[in-house]
Design a binder for this molecule. Structure first.
Ligand code: SF4
Length: 496
């Protein structure tokens, strides 16, 4: 789950896609509006947010104890609990479990934890086909693509594009009835998936929550496919990040109010499925729960960064983020895109972060994500914290930026040096002023300033500094203010 490209490179590529920007703008604006209306309905929304944050913080403070409580309760109810330190270990555990059943095909409910560990690819390498049953995940899988949004993985496609994907890639699809009407597309997906559900012997899920007191897993979704996965297959394997624990059902109640309003702008989830162990004659005969760390313990150790583990994956922060709206999820190159991805992914990958290190810079720090977050994760604070950490880590490594800052610091420590440098810079800027002409801005500066004009125009440097102009006033800058002595547009003063 480490990005292949640094964020600025990937974002520049995505920004060139006008269709993507139009699709994202339309979709995020619609979800934003719905969310705002649903949140405004609740007079105690702020109190709920505070409660949600407090419950999650309590969980993080008592995580080992609650995980043991969960394991004991789940085991007593007939589940088998496995522990996985990282993606490779989790992949091995799940692959072995599927192999033991003799199945070469599994159905899956949308699960970010399994995306995080690249489970589909691991299973494919072992000769096991994983079929996504969430409609949006299915679209992305058929397109050979990766999700672009936490909750609406196919947000970057419009319905005409989805029809084309179905027509080209969905086996046995009836082209005569396949239009780009949402009901026609949903019907085609339903027919396709029904056959897979009826033949699958193994299902794989994630979980939105895990209740420690009872060993119960909870999945909230809107299509009912998760419930099909829970009902028909003989073996159920749930891969659950350790931070998904809540202590009791009373705590769960808070999140079942916060999550639907923040995610899809609904009062409640269409389907909330809960399962505890196994019951003879009802549901799966074997239930395996894989508790996944994969960088969470390290994240927990950071007193500022750990608040990212409160996340309930509602995606509200993505839908309000001006950066996400323009570049989409693929630019982040990580399973978790948008503001939460910018703080969670580099922490989970830790020392292996690679291009994920650039993600904390994928933000304007406008703070909209914090306002929208139902569990009050102070995303801007964590972004600044991670940027600071990056700077600290690089402090001893030489870089062009560090050399430039060192030179600037030397110049600015002495007033005369600073004034002389400004005069030299203004003289050097003469050709730039000439090139800008009457426009007043420069579209492209040469290296090493090219980075500045890569995504914005630069203002033309003035001919004279304010300090120099002040000193040319008749009284030498010591008398009362006189506007009539202000500089001409060309930089000359009236007195000069
Ligand atoms: S960080 Fe907050 S707003 Fe963003 S997905 Fe997580 S819970 Fe939702």
């Amino acid at each position: 789950m480490t990005a292949r490209l640094p964020f600025p490179t990937a974002a520049a590529r995505e920004l060139g896609n006008a269709q993507l920007r139009a699709n994202l703008h339309r979709a995020t604006r619609t979800i934003r509006g719905k969310r705002e209306r649903m949140v405004a309905e609740l007079p105690d929304w702020e109190a709920l947010r505070v409660a949600g944050a407090a419950v999650k913080d309590d969980v993080l403070a008592r995580l080992p104890e609650l995980l043991e409580e969960f394991e004991a309760a789940a085991t007593a109810a007939g589940a088998q609990v496995h522990w996985a330190r990282d993606a490779a270990e989790a992949g091995r555990v799940v692959t072995d479990l599927v192999r033991r059943t003799g199945a070469d095909q599994v159905v899956k409910i949308k699960s970010m934890a399994t995306q995080e560990i690249g489970l589909n690819e691991t299973l494919e390498a072992a000769g096991i086909e994983a079929i996504e049953t969430d409609l949006a995940e299915l679209i992305v899988q058929l397109a050979g693509d990766t999700p672009s949004h936490i909750l609406v993985p196919a947000i970057h496609y419009n319905r005409t594009q989805i029809r084309e994907i179905f027509a080209r890639r969905m086996p046995g699809v009836d082209l005569a009835t396949l239009t780009d009407d949402p009901p026609a597309l949903a019907e085609a997906a339903r027919r396709h998936l029904r056959e897979r559900f009826l033949s699958a012997r193994v299902a794989i899920s994630g979980a939105n929550f895990a209740v420690a007191r009872t060993g119960t897993l909870v999945v909230v979704e809107s299509e009912g496919n998760g419930r099909m996965c829970l009902t028909l297959p003989e073996t159920m394997i749930s891969v659950v990040g350790v931070e998904k624990i809540v202590s009791t059902f009373q705590d769960l109640e808070i999140f079942l109010q916060l999550l639907p309003r923040s995610s899809t702008g609904e009062r409640m989830n269409p389907y909330t499925s809960m399962w505890t162990g196994v019951t003879p004659g009802d549901g799966p005969r074997q239930l395996h729960i894989v508790l996944l760390d994969n960088g969470r313990a390290d994240t927990l150790a950071d007193p500022v960064g750990r608040q990212a583990l409160r996340c309930i994956r509602c995606s509200a922060c993505l839908n309000v983020c001006p950066v996400y709206e323009r570049v989409g999820g693929h630019a982040y190159g990580s399973v978790y895109p948008g503001p939460i991805g910018a703080i969670l992914s580099p922490q989970l990958t830790g020392p292996r972060a690679g291009a994920n290190r650039t993600l904390p810079y994928a933000s304007t720090l406008c703070g909209a994500c914090f306002d929208a977050c139902p569990v009050r994760i102070d995303i801007p604070q964590v972004l600044v914290h991670l940027r600071q950490r990056g700077v600290d880590e690089a402090r001893r490594r030489p870089s062009a930026e560090r050399a430039a800052m060192g030179a600037m610091s030397w110049v600015m420590r002495d007033r005369r040096r600073y004034a002389a440098a400004l005069r030299a810079a203004r003289r050097a800027a003469a050709p730039v002023r000439l090139a800008a002409g009457r426009r007043g801005t420069v579209r492209r500066l040469p290296w090493p300033l090219a980075g500045w004009t890569a995504s914005r125009d630069a203002p033309v440097p003035p001919r004279q500094s304010f300090r120099d102009w002040w000193l040319t006033r008749p009284d030498g800058g010591t008398g009362p203010h006189d506007d009539s002595a202000g500089p001409h547009e060309d930089g000359r003063t009236r007195s000069g």
